[in-house]
Design a protein around this ligand. Structure first.
Ligand code: ATP
Length: 247
């Protein structure tokens, strides 16, 4: 198994000639000897949105975890071309409900990678936090305790924490789950805007509208990559029926 990170640099195809932000070849991963991903090969192009689509248990979260570097592959190759360490927004978030954290403090944790948990935030850190709060439309919730928010508000706080990291690679696990239709549309639009800002976005989703607005989809079933390409080609009723039908 090989994991490679090129030295940091711009991830745009036009600038450095790289045609991928992430490339993986025959990538396998699992939990305590139980395989969850079987020899997946694909490329994530820079400055695109990619949706990971598949039924429950098909391996979407595991693949995101491997791409984020929090799950170690058991085989294959994973290559990150340039860029900063990825910002990863997992499904439930690393922040427990019981912790007495405000929304702002939660988003500020996104700056710990730059600053460490104990150093004072700089003006630049605070600007990144303010911008993330505003982009997720939760600036008015900044002083509220995370534990007293609705599921959708909390989810937006965790996405804001990911944005505050200002990475060029954002990995999101079901970012639109628990959101109402208006918030869902807003997040889908935000993901597209982020690409214009120089970010490559990969998100796992059950929201087919969000998947349809992605540039590319990876279709997973039972830990295998069954197809990949443009959503309009992949997300047809017959393909979706094939993916979701019982084995
Ligand atoms: N922490 C874990 N320990 C053991 N097995 C796990 C763990 N997390 C996931 N799995 C198993 O790995 C497989 C892939 O799970 P994964 O969570 O990646 O799927 P998913 O496509 O993200 O599912 P969902 O849509 O329900 O979130 C499943 O068989 C699951 O039971």
């Amino acid at each position: 198994m090989t994991i490679m990170f090129n030295k940091p640099g711009p991830s745009s195809t036009a600038v450095d000639g790289t045609t991928f932000r992430i490339r993986f070849t025959e990538l396998s991963a699992g939990y305590s000897g139980h395989p969850a991903l079987h020899e997946l090969s694909a490329e994530i192009r820079p400055l695109t949105t990619t949706a990971l689509v598949g039924p429950n248990g098909s391996g979407k979260s595991t693949l995101l975890g491997v791409l984020a570097g929090v799950i170690r592959p058991t085989g294959g190759e994973l290559h990150h071309a340039g860029g900063r360490p990825p910002a990863f927004v997992p499904q439930r978030g690393a922040v427990g409900d019981a912790l007495p954290l405000t929304v702002r403090q939660t988003v500020e944790m996104g700056r710990w990678g730059e600053r460490g948990p104990w150093r004072r935030l700089t003006r630049q850190d605070r600007a990144a936090v303010d911008s993330a709060l505003e982009r997720l439309d939760i600036a008015d919730l900044a002083a509220r305790q995370l534990g007293e928010l609705s599921g959708g508000q909390r989810q937006r706080a965790l996405i804001a924490q990911g944005l505050a990291q200002e990475s060029d690679l954002l990995l999101l696990d079901e970012p639109t789950t628990a959101l109402d239709p208006e918030a869902r549309e807003r997040i889908a639009a935000l993901l597209t805007e982020l690409v214009d800002d120089g970010v490559t976005v990969v998100h796992a989703t059950h929201d087919l509208d969000a998947a349809r607005s992605a540039d590319a989809c990876l279709l997973l079933r039972e830990g295998r990559l069954v197809d990949q390409g443009r959503p309009e080609r992949l997300l047809t009723p017959s393909t979706l029926a094939r993916i979701w039908q019982p084995a």
